[in-house]
Design a protein around this ligand. Sequence first.
Ligand code: SF4
Ligand code: SF4
Ligand code: SF4
Length: 339
Amino acid sequence: MGQLTGPSDPSADAHWHPHEDRRGFFTDTSICIGCKACEVACKEWNHNPRDGDLEFTGMSYDNSVSLGASTWRHVAFIEQDADRIEQARTSGAELVSLGMPQIRGAEAGAPVAEPADLTPPDTPEFRWLMSSDVCKHCTHAGCLDVCPTGAMMRTEFGTVVVQADVCNGCGTCVAGCPFGVVERRSDGTVAPTTREGERKGEQPEVPNRGIAQKCTLCYDRLRDDQTPACAQTCPTTSISFGTREDMVEKAHERVAQLHAEGMTEARLYGANPNDGVGGTGSVFLLLDEPEVYGLPPDPRVCTADLPSMYRRAGVAVAGMVAAAAVSFLGSRTGRGGRR
Ligand code: SF4
Ligand code: SF4
Ligand code: SF4
C-alpha cells in the first residue's frame, strides 16, 4: 500500500513502473440533457442487465434510481424551483468568492470601457439538473484499500477495477467506498474480465457468490486505445475523457467561463488533490451543492487515519510494556529488600 492521503500518483503508488498517463473523466453537468445514452451504452458494452421492470419509482422520472451492480453509470434527475436555484447561486458565490458578477461584460485582461454590468443573471422559474454519476476512480480508493483478497486492482491508467474471478463476495469494499458506488451482484452474472488475453464471452462462468461490481473506466477499451463507451456515446460532450491533467484543466476553464457568465452556482467536485480522497479520476462540474446530487460534501477515504491509529496503538503498547516492566522490577526490588 502506498501513500494513504493527499496528492499522489496512484499508479506509481501501486508499483506500476513505468505507467500510462492517469486517465479520467470530466462530467460537465451544465450541458447534460438527461438522455441516458451513457447509461445504456455502458450496459450494452459491459453486458449488464437492466434494473427491474422499468416501473416508475414515484420519486422521479429517473427509473434506474442509483448506481449499482448492473448500473455503472447513473444519470440522476433533480427538479428545482426558482428559490432553490437562487440558493444554489448564493452558496456558489460564497464558495468561490470571485467577486462576481463584476466580470460580466468585460473581457479578461482588457480595459473596461463601460461600467461593469452588475445585473444578476436571470433565475429561471424551474430547471432540471441532470448528472451522470459514475465511480470516482479515487486517488486513494477506500474500496481497494480494504479489499482482503486483492480483487480490487489499480491499473496502469490509475483507475480502479474489480477482478471478478478473484472477488469472493465478502462486501468489504461496499463499506469502504465513501461514495456508495460498489454493489454486490445477486444475479450470478459476471462482467467481462479485463485481464490479459481474456475478452468478452471467453471468460469462464463464475459461481453466484455476489461479486462486487462497478465501472471499470472501460479498462478493456483503454487497453485498445479506445474511448470509454459512455463518453463515446454522449451526444452533448457532457462526458469528456482524457488524461486526468487535461480533464482538470478543462474543468477549471469551464467553471471560470460559467462564473464569468454570472452562473456562480457552478463548482467543481473531485478536482482538489487535497480533499479527503486525494482528488478523483472522475471530475464533475455541479450546479448546486454536492448533497443535492447525492454526493458526500467532504468524502474521506476510510484508511486516512490508519497512520495516526497505528501511532496511538504503538504509544499504548509502549505504555503497557513500560508499566509491566516497572511493576516487574518493583516486585523484584521488593523481594530483594525483604531478603
Ligand atoms: S468511488 Fe468508491 S468504488 Fe470508486 S474508486 Fe472510489 S472508493 Fe472505489
Ligand atoms: S467507463 Fe465504461 S464501465 Fe465506466 S461507466 Fe463508462 S461505459 Fe461504463
Ligand atoms: S449521454 Fe451525455 S447528455 Fe445524455 S445523459 Fe449521459 S451525460 Fe447526459
